[in-house]
Design a protein around this ligand. Structure first.
Ligand code: ATP
Length: 325
């Protein structure tokens, strides 16, 4: 390996910048050249790349988002798009790629490097959803969860002052990881997750029990991907039955992606970036860097992508009801 290209792709996640910094500096430290590729695979196809030095990544540890920008790139799904990307990568003299993103990013990377095995590829799990096999934590999940907690703590203040019940929607189309952690951290009454169906009558019973126990406020967290039919209809249906509370809905939206990365995500990003470059130097390819039992581990991309059975922690799920009595 002599020249590494680094890109961020798919949804942005806090912690991507510390990771880019670690990739750039670890590569330079080892005498390699580094090229920053803008907007994920779009920059590969459109030849939007620039050489990076140690100073290119100064003062970015504390920045949310990604200095390389990110994009969803349809042409990379086609053979023509991949060929154009390959020609540009070859012309730049890049022989190793570090791709930071989610499962879509890894699918594209694996296909690319199977077609063009002279380009080694290492993936880094950068997504707030924490839904990738091969790593207990993904980059951005901790910061996003902390952002959600901060917002819900504020909602709790107003909920408590007015005897209100808040339904709060948090990100997670397919994964309830943020909802579950935030729910435990904020003392939610109930947490509705894509992975688990919740009967509305059961939820109403639980909330009515809270009413009779004179709870002055209640928070119900609903992950985006919950299948109860949408947070507004759910709130309306519950309001008909749970009458002592004034029910309000808060959708947190994109603020969950922003903000300075937490200490955890800065360290995780640095660790993963460092490990990815060392893996390329060691001759590895088509693998994902992950953190398991507090150790860095490499998992073949094909294996990471074939496991869709990522499970939420059973003890956390069980605890929700017990701790909300
Ligand atoms: P997030 O989890 O935040 O959504 P992601 O990496 O899964 O991140 P996607 O939009 O699914 O985000 O994928 C990112 C990019 O990867 C796509 O825009 C596309 O360029 C590329 N990609 C995804 N699937 C494929 C595929 N089957 N073949 C080639 N490229 C793909």
């Amino acid at each position: 390996i002599s020249k590494i290209g680094v890109l961020t792709s798919g949804g942005d996640a806090p912690g991507m910048n510390p990771c880019i910094r670690a990739v750039v500096r670890t590569a330079l430290y080892n005498g390699l050249e580094v090229v920053g590729i803008k907007q994920g695979y779009k920059g590969m196809i459109e030849n939007d790349m620039y050489p990076m030095q140690a100073r290119s990544v100064s003062n970015i540890l504390n920045l949310g988002g990604t200095i390389l920008k990110t994009a969803r790139c349809l042409p990379f799904r086609t053979d023509e798009g991949q060929e154009a990307a390959y020609q540009n990568i070859k012309a730049q003299g890049i022989d190793g790629l570090v791709v930071i993103g989610g499962d879509g990013t890894f699918t594209g990377a694996l296909r690319f490097s199977q077609k063009y095995p002279d380009i080694a590829v290492i993936g880094i799990p950068g997504t707030i959803d924490n839904d990738l096999y091969g790593s207990t934590y993904t980059l951005g999940f901790d910061t996003a969860t902390n952002t959600v907690i901060e917002a819900i703590d504020k909602i709790r203040d107003t909920a408590d002052s007015h005897d209100r019940l808040f339904f709060v929607e948090v990100m997670g189309r397919d994964s309830g990881a943020i909802a579950l952690r935030a729910g435990i951290s904020c003392g939610a009454e109930a947490i509705l997750l894509p992975e688990k169906s919740t009967a509305i009558d059961e939820l109403i019973r639980h909330l009515k029990a809270g009413e009779s126990k004179k709870k002055s406020s209640s928070i119900v967290i609903v992950a985006e991907g919950d299948k109860s039919g949408g947070i507004y209809d759910l709130a309306k249906a519950v309001q008909k039955e749970v009458t002592n509370y004034d029910i309000k809905v808060a959708v947190l939206g994109h603020l969950q992606r922003g903000g300075a990365p937490s200490s955890f995500d800065r360290v995780l990003g640095s660790r993963m970036g460092y490990a990815a470059v060392n893996a390329l130097i060691a001759g590895e390819s088509q693998k994902m860097v992950g953190l398991e039992a507090n150790h860095i581990k490499l998992t073949p991309l094909s294996e990471a992508l074939s496991h869709h059975d990522f499970k939420l922690e059973a003890d956390l799920l069980q605890m929700v009801e017990v701790l909300s009595i």
